[in-house]
Design a protein around this ligand. Structure first.
Ligand SMILES: NC(=O)C1=CN([C@@H]2O[C@H](COP(=O)(O)OP(=O)(O)OC[C@H]3O[C@@H](n4cnc5c(N)ncnc54)[C@H](OP(=O)(O)O)[C@@H]3O)[C@@H](O)[C@H]2O)C=CC1
Ligand SMILES: Nc1nc(=O)c2c([nH]1)NC[C@@H]1CN(c3ccc(C(=O)N[C@@H](CCC(=O)O)C(=O)O)cc3)C=[N+]21
Ligand SMILES: [Mg+2]
Length: 303
């Protein structure tokens, strides 16, 4: 490990955690499981994705989901609704999908346009079809350590950490950001894994000092390059969830994480890149959750 007083000037290089490759392996295994599931039950898992409004980045992203759903041997149903969609119309669609036997998973892309109550919408999804795990039933099950559907991004982070570190008991995990979508459920998963978990948020007094104590540092704030090299304990494992689209001087866009990667890579033991880290794992875990949901709906106990 780094023993110099100025780790940033050393030639240490963290191991890159290849989320893209890990996700590809996962998707391959899911495809085989989907085929075996079809052989057992004659059922093809179906995923419905709802996008309200026309944010170009979200459109690209939900199309990617649809393509990968097909590649995994599942059915994909896209619902692109106009920005002017009312909450009632959205709730009516969810009710129809809840009652549709061809649909095993329902995902509503967030954020929703102003005026639509996201909590009412996510709670309207039948818990067995809530493949994002965002409804109160699945969130409660996670908090109580009961079997349920775990949100895709936190699940993806956990799988990467297990693969890299194995047993995490007793490790100090610091999670920066505590949204219902990422930070909070991930903190629950790490707690269940046996970590000592600290959660930092906008009111935390000295986030840098807390981060420096982390064996495992997860950052999900949407604050680009918040975490600098000197926030990191030498050798720590860094999971960078954040994705911000930034302009380059030549007018192109590139994706930037919540961690100053060039600095972090000189101090950390292992780190996820952006892109190619957590993002692809999120989509693979959505496919996994859709298969899990289909299993529950045909009466197979989840493994
Ligand atoms: N790779 C992937 O698959 C995914 C990536 N993302 C990305 O992850 C990031 C976070 O997403 P999401 O959780 O939905 O975002 P939210 O905006 O919902 O939540 C951000 C959280 O970070 C906290 N926060 C913001 N700034 C700071 C700061 N300077 N110091 C400490 N805490 C801070 C907020 O605190 P408070 O609540 O107190 O304001 C909040 O808890 C985004 O960049 C998003 O694009 C999201 C989902 C999937
Ligand atoms: N209900 C809901 N569930 C979500 O899980 C959800 C959501 N709403 N709203 C938006 C965020 C964002 N999110 C991403 C998932 C994958 C990539 C991804 O695959 N990223 C690639 C790069 C993709 C690119 O090049 O644009 C990567 O990081 O390598 C990114 C972002 C899920 N989200
Ligand atoms: Mg959010």
């Amino acid at each position: 490990m780094n023993s110099t007083s100025s780790p940033l000037t050393s030639d240490h290089q963290a191991i890159l955690i290849n989320g893209k490759a890990h996700a590809a392996t996962l998707r391959h295994r899911i495809r085989e499981d989907v085929l075996a599931f079809h052989d057992r039950h004659g059922v093809t898992p179906g995923l419905a994705v709802i996008l309200v409004g026309n944010d170009p980045a979200s459109e690209v992203y939900v199309r990617n989901k649809a393509i990968q759903t097909h590649h995994a041997g599942m059915r994909s149903f896209m619902h692109m609704l106009p920005e002017t969609t009312s909450e009632t119309e959205l709730l009516d669609l969810i009710e129809r999908l809840n009652n549709d036997a061809a649909i095993h998973g329902i995902l509503v892309q967030l954020p929703l346009p102003a005026g639509i109550d996201a909590r009412r919408v996510t709670n309207a999804i039948q818990p067995e079809k809530d493949v994002d795990g965002l409804g109160e039933v699945n969130a409660g099950r996670l908090a109580m350590n009961l079997p349920g559907i775990v949100p895709c991004t936190p699940l993806g982070c956990l799988l990467l950490l297990r693969d890299q570190l194995g047993d995490m008991k007793g490790q100090h995990a610091v999670v920066i950001g505590c949204s219902n979508l990422v930070g909070k459920p991930l903190a629950m998963l790490l707690l269940a894994e046996g970590c000592t978990v600290s959660i930092a948020h906008i009111h935390t007094r000295d986030t840098a000092a807390l981060a420096r104590q982390a064996d495992i540092l997860v950052v999900a704030t949407g604050c680009r390059e918040l975490v600098r090299g000197d926030w990191i304990k030498p050798g720590a494992t860094i999971i960078d969830v954040g994705i911000t689209r930034a302009q380059t001087p030549d007018g192109k866009t590139r994706l930037v994480g919540d961690v100053a990667f060039d600095e972090a890579v000189q101090v950390a033991g292992r780190i996820t890149p952006v892109p190619g880290g957590v993002g692809p794992m999120t989509i693979a875990c959505l496919l996994e959750n859709t298969l899990t949901a289909a299993r529950m709906q045909v009466g197979e106990t989840p493994s």
